[in-house]
Design a protein around this ligand. Sequence first.
Ligand code: ZN
Length: 300
Amino acid sequence: MIKNPPPWPEGARCAVGFSFDVDAELVVHAAHGPGALDLPHAIAHMRYDPAVGLPRLVDLFADHEIPLTCFVPGWVIDTYPDAVECILRPGRNEIAHHGHLHLSPNQHSLDAQRRELEEGTRRIEQVTGNPPRGYRAPYYAASRHTFDLLIEGGFDYDSSLFADDVPILLDSGRGSLVELPVPASVDDYNQYVSSRAFDYLMKVSAPRHALEVYQAEFDAMWELGGLWVTAWHPAVSGRPAPALAVRDLIEHMLGKGEVWFATLGEIAAYVRRLIAEGSWAPRIERVPLLAAPVVETAPE
Ligand code: ZN
C-alpha cells in the first residue's frame, strides 16, 4: 500500500524518529506578547517542559537506548542551558532548529523569517559546535519562503509537512531538502491539550486512547515500510500518565522488532546516501509548492 518504501538499514521494516518540540513558555510569549505577564498559569504549565517533562523523557529513551531529536528554539537554548545539557548527555540525541522566538514564519516578513533562522542557528552552533541539520516550523506554519531559506542556509532536512508516509525531496532548483513527514495524528496536542491560553481546546484523552492512536499509526508503518515520526512536547507527553503510555509504546515496538530507531538527522543522511547511490529515489516536490494563487479573491 506504500508504493515506494525505502530499503531501511539492516533489513528493518520501518524507521521511527521520536521527536519533541521543546517550546517551554515561549509559545505563551509568541501568542500573547506582553500579555504573557498576566498569564502565570500558562507560563508555569509550559515551564514543566524543561523542568520536569524533558528530563523524564530523556531518561526513559536513554534507558531503552533509543535516540531523540529535539527541536529547540534559540530563546529556549539561551534560557534553559540545563535542558540543553540534559538532551545532549546521552550522546546520540540531536538538537534541531525550531525558530528563535517561535514566531510563525507565515505571519512575518521575509527579513524577520531570515532573522529567526539566523538567531536559532547561532544558538545551536554555540551549544553543539555544529550548525543544525534540520528544521521544524513553529506551529507547522512554514511560509512560501521557508524552504528556499532552509536550502540557502545549508539545512539537510525539514520535518514540518504532513506530506507522505515516507521521506520525500523538496527541490527548489537551486538545492534540495529531505522532507521527513509527520503523520497529522501524531501531535500530542491533539490528544491532551485543553487550554485557552494556547487556543487549543481538545477533549483530553485517556493515555491508553492516545496510545491506541499512536500504536495503530506505528503498526501500519511497520507493516507497510513507512517512516513514523512524532511531534510531541515534553510538557504534554512528559507528564506521568502519558509518559508511562510512551514507555508502553516503546516496549510494544521493541517487542515487534525490525525497527530502525534513529534521529531525524541520521534518517535524512541515510536518504541522501540512498539517492546518491541510486538505490532508491523519493518522490520529488518542487518548492515553493504554489507559484500563484488558484483562487484570486479571498472570501468576504
Ligand atoms: Zn513548537
